[in-house]
Ligand binder design. Structure first.
Ligand SMILES: C=C(O[C@H]1C=C[C@H](C(=O)CCC(=O)O)[C@@H](C(=O)O)[C@@H]1O)C(=O)O
Length: 266
């Protein structure tokens, strides 16, 4: 139980702690294919983020606030007696990783950010995104999770995933459908990209090694990564050719190797 919420957490392997944060509609199972290799060099901590997977989906959207979600992670690490971690976040998980690194910089050794953003820079952009995410939340509530996931998996951001084997696409869809629609709707409302603060000004203080990974076909997040790299004191910015938003899915082997090499490079 963390701050009154029952979190689903899994731990594997041994070595320096590596916390893995999935994306919106994802779950800890996102990272299962990497456990055999990463577990050889890291103590892996996989969690279902609030409103996702087997973690509770509280009805109050305020409970999903990104600062609260990062405090949940801090309390979880405190309960495990883990002082410092390597932190890997994909998309929404990357937004939470940036928030955690901004609020608890002393708890981070290395940071891996896959296809993510520190937030929107202006109040006008944030307000417009809040309205957009509210429409998505209403769509979820009015049409149900199956229709929402049909829509979600078809947005342009995931176009390149159409080239994946049917079995892989079905696995991703099946996992997305296991989520609680209340949790997903409230994630959009409580910790959506527009709802969170901008952490852009915090990046200059990230004094730990940061690896940015984006897919060549994902123009929007490649541009965001380049802007982040310009602010980060110790960053490596990798763009993976022929890949879209979810490099860990589309180039699983390459992604696994890149992350291992980054974490093992002292
Ligand atoms: C579509 C945009 O934003 C969404 C895109 C990715 C984020 C995510 O976690 C997707 C994970 C997945 O489905 O594989 C999501 C988030 O950060 O919450 C964003 O809402 C966009 O153009 O910004």
């Amino acid at each position: 139980m963390i701050n009154g919420i029952q979190y689903h957490v899994e731990r594997y392997g041994s070595g320096f702690p590596l916390v893995l944060l999935h994306g919106f509609t994802g779950a800890a199972s996102t990272w299962k294919p990497f456990c055999p290799v990463w577990g050889q060099h890291s103590e892996l901590v996989l969690l279902d983020l609030i409103g996702h997977g087997e973690t509770e989906s509280p009805g109050d959207m305020k409970r999903y606030d990104i600062k609260q979600a990062t405090n949940d992670l801090k309390v979880l690490l405190d309960q495990f007696g883990i002082e410092k971690v390597d932190l890997l976040g994909y998309s929404m998980g990357g937004r939470i990783a940036i928030a955690f690194a901004s609020l608890y910089p002393g708890r981070v050794r290395k940071l891996v950010l896959e296809s993510t953003t520190p937030g929107l820079k202006t109040p006008e952009e944030r307000q417009a995104r809040i309205i957009q995410d509210e429409k998505l939340a209403v769509k979820m509530e009015e049409e149900g999770i199956e229709k929402f996931i049909d829509f979600w998996q078809s947005i342009p951001l995931f176009q390149s995933q159409q080239n994946l084997p049917e079995k892989v696409r079905e696995q991703i869809r099946s996992q997305r459908l296991k989520n609680d629609p209340v949790g997903l709707a409230n994630s959009l409302r409580g910790m959506g990209t527009g709802k969170q603060p901008s952490w852009w000004d915090a990046l200059v203080n990230f004094d730990f090694d940061t690896l940015l990974i984006t897919g060549e076909l994902d123009d929007k997040f490649c541009e965001i990564a380049a802007d982040m790299a310009a602010k980060l004191p110790k960053s490596t910015n990798l763009t993976i050719n022929g890949c879209g938003h979810a490099i860990h899915v589309e180039e699983q082997q390459k992604f696994g190797t890149i992350v291992s090499e980054f974490l093992l490079n002292t």
